[in-house]
Design a protein around this ligand. Sequence first.
Ligand SMILES: C[S@@+](CC[C@H](N)C(=O)[O-])C[C@H]1O[C@@H](n2cnc3c(N)ncnc32)[C@H](O)[C@@H]1O
Length: 345
Amino acid sequence: MSLREKIAREIESRGPMPFDRFMSLALYDPEGFFGGQRLRSEKAGDFLTSPEVSALFGETLARLVSAERERIGEPFQVVEVAAGSGTLLGPLLRVAPTPAMAVEVSPAAREALRASLPAIDVVDRLPQSMRGVVIANELIDNLPMAVAQKTGDGWRERWVGLEEDRFTFIDAPPRNEVTLWLEEYAGEVPDGGWVEVQLEAARWLEDVLSRLEAGSVVIFDYGDTATNLVPRRADGTLRTYRAHHLGPHPLDEPGATDITADVNFTALEAVAGLAGAVVTLHRQDDFLCGLGLRQRLSEIRQEELEAARAGDTDQGLRARSLRIEAETLLHPRGLGDFRVLVIVK
Ligand SMILES: C[S@@+](CC[C@H](N)C(=O)[O-])C[C@H]1O[C@@H](n2cnc3c(N)ncnc32)[C@H](O)[C@@H]1O
C-alpha cells in the first residue's frame, strides 16, 4: 500500500486528521520523505544546508565546542541531532577531536553516518543524559506542526480531509493545546492569516533540556521571532521543497517532498527560559563571525591573492571555492539570515 493510500485509509476510517499527524506520516513513515532509503541532505538531494555547503561550518563550530569543553570540563560529548550525512560533525571533529554521537531518525542518514564517521555512535534517539554541546541544524523546521487560521470568529485549525480522492484542508475547532500556543506565540495575526503551531518543537526542546546536565544547545534554522514573523502570516510559511526548489502544495505528494515552515524562535526561547537556561538569539552571519569565520575569510582571500600572484592555478582555485563557500554561509539574505538559538545550562 502506498503512503497516499495509507493516509487516505486512515482518514476514511477515523475521519480527518490534524496536519501534524499528516506531516508526521508524510516525512517519517517508512514510505515518508525521510523514512525511506534515500538520503535527502546532500548536494544531489533535495535541499542544501550550511554543512552541505561547506566544511567551514563544522570547522567554525569547533571553536564553540572547545570553549564549552573548557567551561564545563569532563565528561563531555558533542551530540548532533538530525546529523544528516555527517557533513557538520566530520569537519568539527577533525578540528576539535571530542567524544561524539549522531542522532538521526532517518535510516538512510544513519547508514551514511556510519559509513562516513565509523568512530562515533550513531543512534535513533537521544541518550538518557548528556553533558556537552547539542547541535541541531535544520531539524526544528521539519518537526510535525499543526496549522491554524485566524478567522473573524477567532482561531480555527486546518485538518486534512479527503475530497474526491484529493487531500484537502478542512475546518476544525482548535485543540486546547493549539489555542494555548497560538495565544502565547502567534503574535498579531490579521484575519485570514495562517500560523504553523510548533508544539512538537517545544516538546523536543523540553526533552533535550531535561536530559542535558550541563552544557549548551545550539539550534540553527530559518525563521524568526513571533513579532518578526507577523508579516509572513497572510499566507503562512508552510511549504515544500524538492530537488532544491519550492515544491507542490504540502498536501499533494506526501512522502515525495520535504514539508517545512519558518521556525518560531520566541516559542523555543520560552521553553528554554522555563527550564532556567540562559538564552540568546543571533543571526547566523553574526554568530559565525563571532566564532572567527570573518577572520578565516580574510585569510582565504589573502591565499587566493597570493596564489594568483604566484601563478599557482590549483591553489588559486581551491582558495576561490573556499571563499565562495564562506561567503555563502554568511550571505545576509541567504544562510546568513538564518537564526541561531544558543541555550546555555
Ligand atoms: C533538513 S534535514 C537536515 C540534516 C542536516 N542537519 C543538515 O543540515 O544537512 C532534517 C533531518 O532531521 C532528521 N530528523 C527529523 N526529526 C528528527 C528527530 N526527532 N531526531 C533526529 N533526527 C531527526 C531527518 O531525518 C533529517 O535527516
